[in-house]
Design a protein around this ligand. Structure first.
Ligand code: G4P
Ligand code: NA
Ligand code: NA
Length: 195
């Protein structure tokens, strides 16, 4: 997605060979116009999986692109919680998500009220690194008896194993920007010719 790649090149900061900081439009401050375009692009890419009846993400940075995707599809958005909320009862699906980056396991939670066996769920997240968050979300959909129609990612770090992990698990993956390398303080995309 051209607009996203341009934003990454102009505003992204390479923190190390493995980490890209995009706080100015995705992870802290949010660019609403770009977010709307992301939603439209995800809907295009997953059109063949229609009807997508629900969008699922995980708080917090997945919410903006998932919201615009849900808006464009005309369906509701559910975001998994990383900490159980005060008002949540035990009527929940959970999955354990191990973060290699943070070296900790988080239990993510979704109320059973919001995903059912008739749902075809489009999973959206901001980053794909090791794929564990997306896999946890997919496990929750499957616990509910629903179908994962696909996994949409804003920024994929293609030099990490996440994409292959999700493909091996049988899911369709679409990433709006695929980063081949962050070496030498430079962002290189997988398909340079697309920009
Ligand atoms: P995984 O789900 O692919 O296995 O990823 P991992 O555990 O490695 O990621 C943990 C957190 O770090 C996630 O955010 C993820 O989006 C983020 N992350 C991973 N690599 C990068 C990167 O290169 N740049 C940035 N900016 N973030 C990265 P989170 O803790 O869930 O935070 P948030 O959703 O509240 O922002
Ligand atoms: Na994130
Ligand atoms: Na996220």
């Amino acid at each position: 997605m051209k607009l996203l790649k341009e934003e990454i090149l102009s505003k992204g900061i390479v923190l190390s060979d493995g980490v890209l900081k995009v706080d100015s439009f995705l992870n802290h401050q949010i660019n609403p116009i770009l977010s709307l375009e992301m939603g439209k692009e995800f809907v295009k890419r997953f059109h063949s999986e229609d009807p997508n009846t629900k969008v699922l993400t995980i708080e917090s940075s997945g919410i903006a692109p998932a919201f615009t995707t849900a808006l464009e599809l005309g369906v509701e958005l559910v975001f998994a919680r990383k900490k159980k909320s005060l008002t949540m009862n035990d009527n929940v699906y959970t999955a354990d998500v191990y973060s290699f980056t943070k070296q900790e396991t988080n239990t993510i939670t979704v109320s059973k009220d919001f995903i059912t066996e008739s749902d075809r769920v489009l999973i959206i997240d901001d980053f794909l690194a090791n794929g564990q968050a997306a896999l946890g979300l997919a496990q929750i959909v499957e616990q509910a008896g629903g179908t994962v129609s696909g996994i949409g990612i804003v920024i994929e770090k293609s030099f990490q194993p996440g994409r292959q992990v999700l493909l091996d698990a049988g899911y369709k993956v679409e990433s709006l920007a695929r980063i081949e390398s962050l070496k030498n303080n430079e962002v290189r995309f997988v398909d340079e010719t697309v920009l």
